[in-house]
Ligand binder design. Sequence first.
Ligand SMILES: Cc1cc2nc3c(=O)[nH]c(=O)nc-3n(C[C@H](O)[C@H](O)[C@H](O)COP(=O)(O)O)c2cc1C
Ligand code: SF4
Length: 447
Amino acid sequence: MTGIAVLETPTGWPAILLPRSAAGAGAADPADLDAAVRAGAFEGLRRAVRDLGATGTIAVVGASGLRGRGGAGYPAADKWRAAGGTAAPGRIVVANGYGADPASQTDQTLLEQNPFAVIEGLAIAAFAVGAEEAIIAVRTEATSAIRLLEAALAAASDAGFVGANVLGAGRHLDVTVRTVQGAYLLGEETILLKALEGKRGQPEQRPPHPATRGLRGLPTVVHNVQTLAAIPWILVHGADAFAKIGAADCPGTILVQIRGAGRSGVAEVPLGTPLRQIAALAGPLGAGRSVKAVLVGGPSGGILPSDALDIPYTFDALRAAGAHVGSGSVIVADDRACIVDLARVLTRYCADEACGKTIPCRIGTRRLSEIGDRLAAGTARAGDLDLLADLAADIVGSALCDHERLATLPLMSGMRYFRAELDEHLERSSCPAGVCHPVAMATSATH
Ligand SMILES: Cc1cc2nc3c(=O)[nH]c(=O)nc-3n(C[C@H](O)[C@H](O)[C@H](O)COP(=O)(O)O)c2cc1C
Ligand code: SF4
C-alpha cells in the first residue's frame, strides 16, 4: 500500500466507491475475496447474469443516470448501447485507471482500496455489451495498485467471477492488467487504446468513437475505473436509490483529490456538493489567511475565485464556470497566490504535454504559454489579453482531442475572474501578490 490519505467526510455522506473503513486505520486486506464477498461483492454481477440479462442490465444502468467519471460525464449506458448495437466479431471493455494527472491519486486510491468493485463493474459492463475481453489499464508507476489488482483478479478468476464460464452461465471473460507508461495525454481514451496496441500515443479522428470502432478495430467501451466501480452498487441497490444520491442531472459520488494548507488526501463526495464544502475538507488555512482561489480539474483546469465556490460540483456546472471535473483535483490557494503565476505554470505544462498532432493545439498552446510568461515577467504587450482571448477561441474546436479546449482553461478562467490582477501585470508590470519575478523584485518596495 502506498498509504495515500483518505479523508474523513461528514457523517451521512454515502460511500459507494471507497469502503468506509478505508477512511480510518486498519482497513481489511482489499484483495481478500472472502471478506469482500461477505460484504456483498459480486452480488451485482449475479443479479446482472442471473436476473436481468444484458438488456435489463443496460436498462438499469441507464435509469440510474450514471455518467462517466473520466471527465466529460458521458452517460454510461449510451456507450454500452452503441457498442452492443454493432455487428462485430468481438467487443472489448477497457477500465481506464491511468490517472493522467500526476497530482491526483483518486483512481489509484480506488484500485488500492476497492479492487473488486472495479473488477466486478468491468465484468458487468462486459456482460452487458457482450465482450469476452477486458483490460484494466494502469500507470506503470502505480506498483502497489498493480500488485493488489493482480492478486484480486487471480482470486476472482479462481472463484469463477471472471475467466471461463462466468458464474456458470457459459460466458467467458478474459481480463488482463496492462501497464502503460508515458505522458499526461495517455489518459485520453483514443491515445490509451493506441498505447495498448503498442503504437505511438496520438489520438484518432472521431467519429467513429471507440465504442463502435476501438482497440484492434473492435467496439471498445472505455470507462474510468470510478464509473465501473459504481455499477455493482447500482445493480444491488437499484437505479432509483442511485438516482437519489448527489445531483439530479449527475447522480452518485465521485473521488476528489484535495490539497490545501491543512490537509491533503482523497475523499468520496456526492456529486452536486457545493465546491466550497469540498474545499473545506482541506481544513483551515493558516492564521490570518483567506481563500483566494480554488484550482479545479487538474493541470488543464479552471481557477475559480472564492466568491464562485457555491457552485455545485457537477460536470455541467463546472464547465459553465470555466473549469471541469477532470482529474478530480481540488487545490485551495490562499491570498498569497498569484493567479498569473498559477495560470502560467499550468498552461506551460499543457503546452509541453500537447502531443503535437494538430497544429492549432501544438502552436496555439505554446503561444498561450508565452503570453502567460510575458505577463509574469512584466514584458506583456498592449493587446496581449485580447490576443489571449482570440487564440483561445481559435484553438477550441479545431483539434483531434479535448486537450486543446482544456488547455485554455487556466488562463481563460484567470482572465474571467481575476482580470484586475492580469491588468496589473500587463499595464504596471506589477505582481500584487509579490510572486512573479523579476516583477516582484522590481516592485517589492511597495509590499
Ligand atoms: C487530456 C485528457 C486526459 C485524460 N485523462 C484521463 C484519465 O487519466 N483517466 C480517465 O479515465 N479519463 C481520462 N480522460 C477521458 C478519457 O478520454 C475518456 O473520456 C474516459 O476514460 C471515458 O471514461 P468514462 O466514460 O468513465 O468517463 C482524459 C481526456 C483528455 C482529453
Ligand atoms: S488537440 Fe493537442 S493533444 Fe489533442 S491531438 Fe491535437 S495536438 Fe495532440
